[in-house]
Ligand binder design. Structure first.
Ligand code: UD1
Ligand code: UDP
Length: 408
């Protein structure tokens, strides 16, 4: 079976990397890779970390690209790749413009599509914008729908789609397990990453920040900066903000926060360094989808700067709280977690409702029409845990997948 994987942004590369490995190891699959270059340096960082060699490397990114400009460039660049490769299946991931156009261009050429991370939904087609629309469109025409959780499966079932649904867990959790194991096993690697963060003062609690959603550009970024300014006055806290390269993020953030002694603005990190930093964090503040899934698995409380999320499982479990994008509510959310130890402890339980680290072999089995041993642990893990007794899912207790949550 010839499978062409199409992806182009940082999170897609991270979440496709373990699947590419699993397909490479499978003799019955001839795996080809097309990277679109929707992101340039942020994609390149991840191709290097995961040693991904693309068969086709497109170069569609332009600074400050518009959605329609990017969409047009992707159709023009992808069509010849599809024509030349004639795959039996195209795999796309998630809800980016690359994923949407990859799926639609394949549909136009009558090539079956597999959607990795299918079925995530909010109730509002414009939130997140434009991703909610993208993923709904992709799911309409996909032949294989790889739902990360039972809840995502239920969303797909409610839409009465034509494709076959498999609950696999999120491939991002496979990438996280792989990386956490690598960091755990390699002291020299950990130490060399830590040397990059010599500016971090271990006596203060670390607030790790990321933010990039298009619906938060403009007012949302200004509110976030105001909140971080206020929080930076606390003596017990230091802030590390990995600033996204989108100029609509980087320019206002650097103008508002550059030079503040207690706020470290850093460039996007490669995945190994970012996971290491998350392991050292006390609280994570983000609007990222992937970070919302990873931080709970590392036992880190997450505040999400959005009003709704398509990833409600960790919210239900108490590890993630939605604080919206207003400065006051961000400050309040962070301050509460800093000041109320019991609240922090309740939020800092390692939970993994999004996967058990075995999503990729399940996807390979489904592609090859083998029986799929579906991911089910999410059902248990979405329930809030009773009292103080933590019930950990058996797969998290197994040494092969236990995530070492290093604190300093
Ligand atoms: C995109 C995805 C979003 C995903 C995010 C991950 C869409 C519609 N959105 O949003 O779902 O969460 O990626 O980060 O597909 N840039 C660089 N260098 C890079 C990457 C980006 O300079 O390596 C700058 C460019 O000016 C580019 C801009 O960021 O034009 C925006 O990139 P784009 O991919 O359009 O949007 P994101 O906000 O990154
Ligand atoms: N990430 C990273 N370096 C950073 C910031 C994030 O490697 O400096 C990783 C993070 O661990 C997660 C992914 O990038 O796996 C999330 O990407 P992003 O927030 O850009 O996109 P989203 O997940 O919101 O689509």
């Amino acid at each position: 079976m010839k499978v062409l994987s199409i992806f182009g942004t940082r999170p897609e590369a991270i979440k496709m990397a373990p699947l590419l490995n699993a397909m490479e190891a499978e003799q019955a699959i001839d795996s080809r890779i097309c990277v679109t270059g929707q992101h340039q340096s942020m994609l390149q960082q991840m191709l290097s970390v995961f040693d991904i060699q693309a068969d086709y490397s497109l170069d569609v990114m332009t600074p400050g690209q518009t959605l329609n400009g990017l969409t047009a460039a992707l159709y023009a660049a992808l069509d010849p790749v599809l024509e030349q490769t004639t795959p039996d299946c195209v795999l796309v991931h998630g809800d980016t413009t690359t994923a949407l156009v990859g799926a639609m261009a394949s549909f136009h050429r009558r090539i079956p599509v597999g959607h990795v991370e299918a079925g995530l939904r909010t109730a509002d087609v414009a939130t997140p914008w434009p991703e909610e629309m993208n993923r709904r469109c992709i799911d309409q025409g996909a032949e294989w729908l790889f739902a990360p959780t039972p809840r995502a499966r239920d969303n797909l079932l409610a839409e009465r789609l034509q494709g076959s649904i498999y609950v696999t867990g999120n491939t991002g959790i496979d990438a996280l397990h792989m990386t956490a194991r690598r960091l755990h096993a390699d002291t020299a690697l950990r130490q060399s990453i830590d040397r990059q963060f010599a500016m971090i003062d271990s006596s203060r609690k670390l607030l790790l920040v990321t933010g990039h959603r298009r619906e938060n550009l403009g007012d949302g970024i200004i509110e976030l900066c105001q909140a971080l300014r206020t929080l930076s006055q606390r003596d017990d806290l230091q802030i590390v903000y990995a600033v996204h390269l989108n100029p609509a993020v980087a320019v206002p953030v650097r103008a508002a926060l550059g030079g503040l002694p207690n706020v470290h603005l850093i460039e996007p990190l490669d995945y190994l360094a970012f996971i290491r930093l998350m392991q050292r964090a006390h609280i994570v503040l983000t609007d990222s989808g992937g970070v919302q899934e990873e931080a709970p698995a590392l036992g880190k409380p997450v505040l999400v700067m959005r009003d709704v999320t398509e990833r409600p499982e960790a919210v239900a479990a108490g590890a993630v709280r939605l604080v919206g994008a207003a400065a006051d509510s961000i400050v309040h959310g962070v301050s509460e977690l800093l000041d109320v130890e019991a609240l922090w402890r309740r939020s800092a339980r390692a939970l993994s409702p999004y996967g058990d680290g075995h999503a990729c072999p399940r996807i390979v089995d489904a592609l090859l029409a083998r029986p799929v041993d579906e991911f089910t642990a999410g059902d248990d893990l979405v329930k809030p845990l009773a009292g103080r007794a933590q019930r950990r899912a058996p797969h998290l207790a197994a040494p092969s997948v236990t995530l070492p949550a290093h604190r300093v």
